[in-house]
Ligand binder design. Sequence first.
Ligand SMILES: C[C@H](OP(=O)(O)OP(=O)(O)OC[C@H]1O[C@@H](n2cnc3c(=O)[nH]c(N)nc32)[C@H](O)[C@@H]1O)C(=O)O
Ligand code: FO1
Ligand code: MG
Length: 301
Amino acid sequence: MITVLSGGTGTPKLLQGLKEVVDPKDLTIIVNTLENDYFSGVYVSADIDTVLYTMADIINDEFWYGVKNDTFITHNRLEELGCSELLRIGDIDRATKIQKTQLMEKYGLGKACEIQAKNMNIQSKIIPMSEEDSDIKIITDIGELEFHDFLIKHQSEPEVSDLKFSKVSPTEGVIEAIENSEAVIIGPSNPITSISPILSLDGVCDALKDTYVVAVSPIVGSDSVSGPANKFMKALNIDVSSYGVASIYEDFLDTIVIDVQDNDKKDEINQIVNKVIITNTIMNNLDAKKNLAEIIIDSIP
Ligand SMILES: C[C@H](OP(=O)(O)OP(=O)(O)OC[C@H]1O[C@@H](n2cnc3c(=O)[nH]c(N)nc32)[C@H](O)[C@@H]1O)C(=O)O
Ligand SMILES: O=c1nc2n(C[C@H](O)[C@H](O)[C@H](O)CO)c3cc(O)ccc3cc-2c(=O)[nH]1
Ligand SMILES: [Mg+2]
């Protein structure tokens, strides 16, 4: 069993490679839920839906959210009705979200994900990190912003001085998945708003210390490959580099995979992480995703 910790863009790219390299039924994916919220009366678990759609091969992988070739009839009509929604939710995507909302209210988010994964013929286990409501605020130079306001309305432009998120407890099965895994892969997701929320769950770090953990850095050079991870790390006075990423995970990390552009960082990272693998980590096509996945799997002792 291999467990993967995931957000909604970086790690899903890796998952497209991983599921070609290992049997999907040997994968358990623990997904960030910190930003989950209701939009237009529907529960949106953005990272979970991206992981579901990625594993079901229907993801819109231009944007890393929503279903490919979806229509936006309801989204556009809501706009005309003066009920414009912050997230551009497609019609097929909305159906999945409506069903998840109903299932969740009846059985909880964990069971809802299990039912939807089964309906999509997904062999891997997909577990939300928590079933509890959480909240994340971005403290910026224009005030305290909701995560999606910062990300979408303000296009991640404001300067960030801090982040605040609520503490939640792990979904049943999260700790057990880590304990029963021969390896845990921390994908190249945002270390602050996608991975750290999972690490902050009671029992996760201790469980990770007892298993083989390999992480892929989402930072290349002194910048994120995409998105605001660089701003969030800077706000928390963490070096915006693959070294900075290694320092976040160092208590339990066995191996880190960094990009060829970070060759000069190998020695300093080797001071805090046992093994440093240098390879191309820019996943622009399926071959690159499979290659990276193979290197990660081959690193498992
Ligand atoms: C908005 C975004 O959050 P989310 O959509 O949840 O995305 P993740 O946290 O899963 O990942 C964002 C993270 O991914 C890194 N990234 C993206 N593509 C690549 C790649 O090809 N290689 C690589 N090493 N990292 C990649 C990117 O730098 C981001 O930090 C968010 O928070 O950005
Ligand atoms: O930046 C955007 N992110 C959108 N996202 C992604 C969302 O902002 C995620 O929070 C980020 O990708 C970070 O995980 C959506 C996710 C969904 O599940 C459904 C619809 C959307 C729509 C948008 C959008 O219009 N713009
Ligand atoms: Mg996310």
